[in-house]
Design a protein around this ligand. Structure first.
Ligand code: ASP
Length: 325
C-alpha cells in the first residue's frame, strides 16, 4: 500500500479544511518568559502525517524543545514499514539497496545531515547526532553507517518483503524515469515551534524510488530540503529533489520571508522559480511548507494533491495546499 493511501485511512481526528495561512504566534521576543510559555507550540509537516504530528505536538506541549520533538515525531514514520518513502520499508534504489537521507537544523542555526545511509532506520536522530557529536555537518554512506554503529544504533534490514516485491515488479521493466508524481514521494519535512518560541526542523526520506545508486536528493541538503533561521522562520521541501536543489528552495523561502514576504508568498515564489524554468507543464511535483516568527504558515506546490499537517492545541488538521496546476 502506498503511503498516501495508508495515511488517508488513518484517523487521529485529522480533518481536511480549506487553504488558509494560519497565525499561531511563535515570537522569540518573549523567549524564556512566562508569556512565551503561554504560547501554544505547533507542528507543521509535509503530507498527511497525523501520528507523527501528534507525537511531536504532544512532546512540545510537555516542554520538549523543538528539535527533539521533531526528531521524535518523524521517528514514527521512519519505523512505519507501510510507509514506502521514509525509513524502514522505503523504496530501494535500482539495485535493491535502501539508502536513507536526513537532516536537522535547530534554532541556533546548528545543523547535521546524513546521506545515503544503509541499515539504519532512524536517520533523523543520526543527523542530530552528527550535529551534536562530531565537528562536522554531513556524514555520507559507509562513514555515516559506521558512526551510527559507534553511537549504538542497531543495524536493520530496511528492505521489507513488500518493498522487495514492489522493486522486483519494477525491475520487470526497469524503466527509470527520474520524475516524481504524487504517489511515489512523501518525504517528511517537519517544522516545530516550541513553548519558548524557538523553531527547529527535520527532513527525512528514502528519496526517489529506484534511483541510481548513490543518488541523493534535496532532503538532507541544508538550504534545499530544510532551512531554519530562528530570527525569521523555517521552510521544508518535498518533491523532485533535483529541482529543489537547483533553486536552493528552503533557503530561498526563508530569505524571502526575511525581506517581508509572508510564508505563503515566499512558498509561491519558490515554486514559481522552478516552474518558470520549465517548458510547459512540469511532469514532476515540488511542494514547500513554511512558517515565520509571527506564527504564520504557508504552503504551495507545483501540482494539486499536496497537503500538509498542522498540530496545534491538541488538534491535527490536514490542510490542502494551493498549487500552480
Ligand atoms: N525530495 C525527495 C528527494 O528528492 C523525495 C520526495 O520528497 O519526494 O529525494
Amino acid at each position: 500500500m502506498k503511503r498516501r493511501n495508508f495515511l488517508n485511512q488513518s484517523s487521529l481526528g485529522m480533518t481536511s479544511i480549506l487553504v488558509a495561512p494560519h497565525v499561531m504566534g511563535c515570537s522569540s521576543k518573549a523567549q524564556g518568559s512566562a508569556a512565551a510559555r503561554k504560547n501554544s507550540p505547533y507542528v507543521i509537516s509535509t503530507w498527511n502525517v497525523a501520528e507523527a504530528n501528534s507525537i511531536a505536538g504532544k512532546a512540545l506541549e510537555n516542554g520538549v524543545n523543538a528539535l527533539d520533538a521533531a526528531v521524535a515525531g518523524v521517528a514514527f514514520e521512519e519505523a512505519n514499514i507501510q510507509n514506502t518513502t521514509v525509513g524502514k520499508g522505503g523504496a530501494p534504489d535500482r539495485d535493491g539497496n535502501v539508502t536513507l537521507d536526513a537532516c536537522v537544523m535547530n534554532h541556533h542555526g546548528d545543523c547535521g545531515a546524513v546521506l545515503a545511509v544503509e541499515n539504519i532506520t532512524h536517520v533523523a536522530a543520526l543527523a542530530k547526532d552528527v550535529m551534536e557529536h562530531t565537528p562536522h555537518v554531513i556524514l555520507a554512506g559507509a562513514g555515516a553507517r559506521k558512526f551510527a554503529l559507534e553511537r549504538g544504533y542497531t543495524p536493520e534490514e530496511l528492505l521489507t518483503e513488500s518493498s522487495r516485491k514492489d522493486w522486483k515488479k519494477w525491475l520487470e521493466k526497469g524503466n527509470y524515469q527520474p520524475e516524481i508524481n504524487v504517489e511515489n514521494h512523501d518525504t517528511i519535512g517537519m517544522l516545530c515551534c516550541d513553548t519558548e518560541g524557538n523553531l527547529s526542523g527535520v527532513c527525512t526520506t528514502s528519496g526517489l524510488a529506484y534511483k541510481m545508486q548513490g543518488r541523493v536528493g534535496d532532503s538532507p541538503i541544508i538550504g534545499s530540503g530544510l532551512y531554519i533561521d530562528n530570527e525569521v522562520g523555517g521552510a521544508v521541501a518535498t518533491g523532485l529533489g533535483e529541482e529543489v536543489i537547483k533553486t536552493v528552495g528552503s533557503f530561498l523561502i526563508v530569505e524571502l520571508m526575511r525581506q517581508g514576504r509572508t510564508p505563503q508568498q515566499a512558498c509561491e515564489e519558490a515554486v514559481q522559480r522552478i516552474v518558470k524554468k520549465q517548458q510547459g507543464k512540469p511532469d514532476f511535483q515540488v511542494a514547500y511548507v513554511a512558517t515565520n516568527k509571527k506564527g504564520q504558515v504557508g504552503a504551495f506546490s507545483v501540482h494539486s494533491g499536496f497537503s500538509y499537517s498542522m498540530y496545534k492545541d491538541q488538534t491535527n488538521q490536514n490542510i490542502k495546499s494551493n498549487s500552480v496546476f
